[in-house]
Design a protein. Structure first.
Length: 107
């Protein structure tokens, strides 16, 4: 899979609010699938599993099985790659503009 395809999967996975909430849950600690399902009482288990599948295909979560228990871990590497490629370069430009603006105002 190309880098562009990998990033496309990450962006599509992050586009959904429920999947972002799942990632927020996993940021604090790994969780079982049952625990994640319990955090979304308005969704059935099948729907939560579909969201987890999208996150796993995007490599945003790592799944480990212990018997019948499925543990979900956050994988921050794809998020860091998106940050390096898309956010960091634009942020540094914005900081430079703000610094220049500050200098101009203080003159």
């Amino acid at each position: 899979m190309s880098e562009a395809e990998r990033q496309e999967r990450v962006f599509k996975a992050l586009a959904d609010a429920t999947r972002r909430q799942i990632l927020d849950l996993l940021r604090d600690q790994p969780r079982t699938t049952g625990d994640i399902c319990a955090q979304f009482p308005g969704l059935d288990r099948c729907t939560v599993m579909q969201h987890l599948g999208v996150l796993e295909k995007a490599d945003l979560i790592i799944v480990k099985r212990e018997g019948r228990i499925r543990w979900n871990y956050l994988n921050v590497i794809p998020i860091h790659e998106v940050y390096d490629r898309w956010i960091s370069p634009y942020a540094s430009t914005a900081v430079d503009v703000l610094a220049k603006m500050r200098q101009d105002i203080e003159k």
